[in-house]
Each structure stands twice: as C-alpha cells, then as structure tokens.
Ligand binder design. Structure first.
Ligand code: 4NP
Length: 163
C-alpha cells in the first residue's frame, strides 16, 4: 500500500481538490486498493471544516467526488505517508521544518508542480482570494501535475501497476 498526503495552507481549497482528483484517477485505474491519498493543511485555520464551497462546486463541475474534513498536518504524518506533496514553496518550507522535529527523516516532501512538464519550482496558486476562474485554473494545473505524479509512481512502483 502506498499512501500519499497532499498539503496546502488551509486544507479547504487546493489539497482537498488534489486528493479528490487523484483518488478519482486511482479508482479509474483500478488501483484504489493499492494507493490511497489524504490531504492536510499546514495551518489550523479550518480544522473540521468541509472544503470551501467553491472547491466543491469546481469538483462537482468536473465530476470529481470530494469527501474531506479539514485537518492540520501532524508529525506522525511523516511516519504514515510514503509521499507528502506540497502545493507551494511556503508549504514545502513549513513541512520540512516540521519534519526536522520528527525521527522520520526519510520521508520525502515534494513540490506538486515539479511532476508536471514545465512546472518545476512553480506553485499551485492559492485561489482563496480568487473566484470560479482561479479555481478552474487550479483544477487544470492539478489534473496535469497529478498525471505526472502517477507516471512517477509507475516508474518507482511498477509492480503495483501490473494487472
Ligand atoms: P488552501 O487555500 O491553502 O488552498 O486551502 C486557503 C484557504 C484558507 C486560507 C488561505 C488559503 N485562509 O487564509 O484562511
């Protein structure tokens, strides 16, 4: 079993959308028994909350189911997850600072868009102060980057992708 954690600031916009899109892709590949994902925020702003209604609207429009309650990333996540994927450099920095306080130094923290062609170093832009257009842009960015991430997983864990 491979476990993936997607992380943003609030865990109500970008990371629950990433989790939803990724889980839908995994399911359509028949890999939902072998790969699982969850999401979390670096902040405690929205613990226990449903995703932002604009996130839910964007997911619904793109036929992606989302089921999540906001939670904050925790030190034990570095033990529980094989991959932790940050949406931007600030998330990455905060995650690496938290990781320093754990014994789980081998868990790699990745930047989401580094998995997309031409996206190296770029953030998944925070849509919180935007509108429907910004959310749709985030959706398209995530959709592409998650395909790249799946190719990466296939390269590292080819046995899981065999029928
Ligand atoms: P997210 O977006 O990190 O993609 O979930 C945000 C959600 C909430 C806030 C900022 C960004 N906030 O400041 O409450």
């Amino acid at each position: 079993m491979i476990k993936v954690l997607f992380v943003c600031l609030g865990n109500i916009c970008r990371s629950p959308l990433a989790e939803g899109i990724f889980n839908a892709k995994i399911k359509s590949l028949g890999l939902d028994k072998k790969i699982k994902s969850d999401s979390a925020g670096t902040s405690d702003f929205h613990i226990g909350e449903l995703p932002d209604e604009r996130t839910i609207r964007c997911a619904t429009k793109n036929k992606v189911p989302i089921q999540h309650r906001g939670r904050q990333v925790h030190r034990t996540d570095f033990r529980e997850f094989n991959y932790i994927v940050a949406m931007d450099e600030q998330n990455l920095k905060n995650l690496n600072q938290l990781k320093e306080k754990t014994p789980y130094q081998n868990t790699n923290v990745h930047l989401m868009r580094n998995f997309a062609a031409g996206g190296t170093g770029l953030p998944v832009p925070d849509p919180y102060y935007g509108g429907e257009k910004e959310f749709e842009e985030v959706y398209q960015i995530l959709d592409e980057a998650l395909d790249g991430f799946l190719s990466h997983l296939k390269g590292e864990h080819s046995h899981l992708f065999e029928k």
